[in-house]
Design a binder for this molecule. Structure first.
Ligand code: RRO
Length: 324
């Protein structure tokens, strides 16, 4: 009922974690690999060349409707996520693809990490993160269309070369991007043009909405410490922006779309799929509820599908109705 495909990757269910939440440490990745949990992919925290401890605490805060974070890319370094891919996949009985999220601090760092990933047969693809809002002094690549085009072109070359070698061993490799939210149609179109001239296969829409400010009114204090309290906003309040991004990129590219933003119930996942998502990722709600959230959301989605007589997610994916 929930089977799906992103690029050439077959997934048992259409739900998994958003990068960043419970996917930094070895034990967290092992939990994501657990065949008893309904998530269908093991997606790592975005990694850099060197390990990072990230920004000062407190750097995460949530309310009923939203979360704010300025984690600052804490991760164990790409070598850790590459070297442990086979152990973590083995724990999933090789049923869940292992996708490396990458957010190198320089273009060269990204190319180095992508080369390592495509040459590792236990890594099934990358989600190149063009949208981290929280590294001080590093603007989001997804908002600089010149650099975005350059990084995608070079990443494509590396991946094509690596794919040829993998073909002999029979395993595919997904080239995905994680995009920032776009708000203006001209920006949507510029991003689509670049993507349509590349061999990118999947788009995760959207990363957190950058540089929001949340206030703890009782203390009259910013909710998080780094960057004077500015951070990426996630959770229920970002769902309309996420849906618009899913919808636009679904209609204007050939990529598989992975919806991310404001999903805590089956109906939220249903809406993302109606807009064109082939799968959904859970961030803020996963942070709150841990691994049980995947099954809960799928159970609710299953009831909605049953009540509407849909047997597979392809029966309604992208079928949102518009006024004439
Ligand atoms: O680590 C972070 O601060 C972070 C990242 Br890399 C990202 O892509 N999105 C986000 O909200 N936080």
């Amino acid at each position: 009922m929930f089977k799906t495909k992103i690029g050439n990757l077959d997934l048992e269910t259409c739900i998994y974690n958003a990068s960043g939440v419970y996917c930094v440490e070895f034990g967290e990745l092992l939990k994501l690999a657990d065949p008893g949990f309904s998530n269908s992919v093991i997606l790592t925290k975005s990694c850099t060349l060197e390990p990072r401890i990230g920004n000062n605490l407190p750097r995460y805060y949530d309310t009923k409707l939203l979360s704010i974070n300025s984690s600052g890319l804490p991760n164990l370094g790409y070598q850790f996520y590459c070297d442990n891919a086979h152990i973590i996949k083995e724990h999933s009985e090789f049923k869940k693809p292992y996708i490396l999220s990458i957010s190198g601090l320089t273009l060269e760092d990204n190319y180095k990490i992508i080369t390592e990933a495509v040459n590792n047969n236990f890594i099934d693809g990358i989600e190149l993160n063009l949208s981290c809002p929280n590294v001080i002094g590093k603007p989001q690549v997804g908002y600089d269309f010149t650099i975005m085009e350059e990084i995608i072109r070079k990443a494509s070359e590396i991946i094509e070369t690596g794919r040829d070698a993998r073909l002999e061993s029979g395993s595919g490799f997904l080239f995905g991007l994680k995009l920032p939210p776009y708000f203006d149609i001209s920006h949507f179109d510029m991003a689509c043009d670049i993507i349509n001239n590349s061999n990118v296969q999947s788009l995760t829409c959207i990363n957190s909405i950058g540089n929001g400010l949340v206030i703890d009114t009782e203390k009259e204090l910013v909710a998080i410490a780094p960057k004077n309290g500015y951070g990426g906003i996630g959770g229920t309040v970002i769902k309309p922006t996420a849906l618009a991004n899913v919808h636009y990129f679904y209609r204007n590219t050939k990529c598989s779309i992975i919806g991310c933003g404001g999903i805590s119930r089956g109906m939220d996942a249903f809406e993302h799929i109606l807009c064109g998502a082939s799968a959904v990722q859970i961030g803020t709600h996963f942070h709150k509820k841990r691994n049980v959230c995947f099954k809960e959301i799928l159970t609710e989605l299953g009831s909605i599908m049953k009540s509407k007589n849909y047997k597979t997610i392809d029966d309604f994916r992208g079928k949102l109705v518009h006024y004439k």
